[in-house]
Design a protein around this ligand. Structure first.
Ligand code: P6P
Length: 328
């Protein structure tokens, strides 16, 4: 049994591979991991304190008690802004680009995040997650442009899953690594080195209640998967993107939230949900498309735009593209 490698040590060893690195990127990543530990602590006792209360309740110290997604958003901002390295932030919780403090305006990075995705599941104790992506600042332009870059320009993407254990999974483009939080020492320890998604799986994840709103190609695809000649697929749908994604990343399979007659562009958000997950899956040997093109090639128009997301093992994603090509 090798000695445990902490996330901090891993980040430092990664940094040493870049001779001109000055540590700004490493600091940002460390701070996101710090916020994750704080969020994990609150998520894991959510049932015990009134943090699920409405946003206007106040706790005994008199400060406003917050819902977990609002709380998580604040933890991410409080972790990132003081570094002075992040010139722009976009969050699922905030309508426009987040203003950063003056000293951050020179920051070389822009960070996008969904601080707590799947928050509708919190009250029923289902796994939820934080999703993030890091861009280099687009030089000589206003910071907002840095947030609207195509996903292929990401320099880092990751997620935290608050499940039976808390895991931090991320990539900088050189493979995907997973770290499990050991609460007794407060450290994320390397538990899943160099994660690769199987080339095909036996799991498909989609909310089938939307079946009659799907285009014919989607219906035909799901019908084929359900009676695949070579293997029996099973349907797994937690209804929490990070949890469904994480299971399929480790076991193989496909997650789909396609467009339908009600949601013309699907439900998930491009900037801080689809792009980071697509960056991760491609670095794990998988694929992510919107039904017509690679997610990472899409040029975003606005911060909260939605996109259809089909993501996972190469076989199931390529097959989906064939069915949409053939049946529309
Ligand atoms: P539906 C959670 O609300 C979320 O944004 C994703 O985490 C999840 O994959 C999806 O919505 C579930 O959507 O329509 O099945 O409730």
């Amino acid at each position: 049994m090798g000695e445990p490698i902490s996330l901090s040590r891993f980040i430092l060893e990664e940094q040493r591979k870049y001779k001109n690195a000055v540590g700004d990127f490493s600091l940002i990543l460390e701070q996101i991991a710090f916020a994750a530990k704080i969020i994990s602590r609150e998520v894991n006792k959510a049932g015990l304190v009134n943090i699920l209360g409405s946003i206007d309740s106040t706790n005994k110290s008199g400060d406003k008690q917050q819902k977990l997604d609002v709380y998580s958003n604040e933890q991410m901002i409080k972790a990132l802004d003081p570094t002075g390295k992040v010139c722009a932030m976009a969050s699922e919780e905030i309508e426009d680009m987040l203003p950063v403090s003056d000293k951050s305006l020179e920051g070389k990075y822009a960070v996008v995040f969904d601080p707590l995705d799947g928050s509708s599941n919190i009250d029923v104790n289902v796994s939820i997650g934080t999703i993030f992506g890091i861009y280099k600042r687009v030089e000589d332009s206003d910071c907002k442009k840095s947030l609207l870059q195509a996903g292929k320009n990401l320099v880092c993407a990751g997620y935290v899953i608050y499940g039976s254990s808390t895991m931090f999974v991320y990539t900088t483009g050189q493979g995907v690594n997973g770290f499990t939080l050991d609460p007794s020492v407060g450290e994320f320890l390397l538990s899943h080195p160099n994660i690769k998604i199987p080339q095909y799986g036996k799991i498909y994840s989609i909310n089938e209640s939307n079946y009659f709103r799907w285009a014919k190609g989607i219906q035909e695809y799901v019908n084929f998967i359900k009676q695949h000649p070579d293997r029996q697929y099973t349907l797994r749908w937690i209804g929490s993107l990070v949890a469904d994604f994480h299971r399929n990343l480790l076991k193989g399979g496909v997650f789909l939230y396609p467009e339908d007659s009600k949601n013309k562009n699907g439900k998930l958000r491009l900037i801080y949900e689809a792009n980071p997950m697509a960056f991760i899956i491609e670095n794990a040997g998988g694929m992510a498309v919107d039904g017509k093109q690679r997610i990472l090639d899409i040029q975003p128009e606005e911060l909260h735009q939605r996109v259809p997301l089909i993501i996972g093992s190469k076989y199931e994603v390529e097959l989906y593209m064939e069915y949409r090509e053939k049946y529309g």
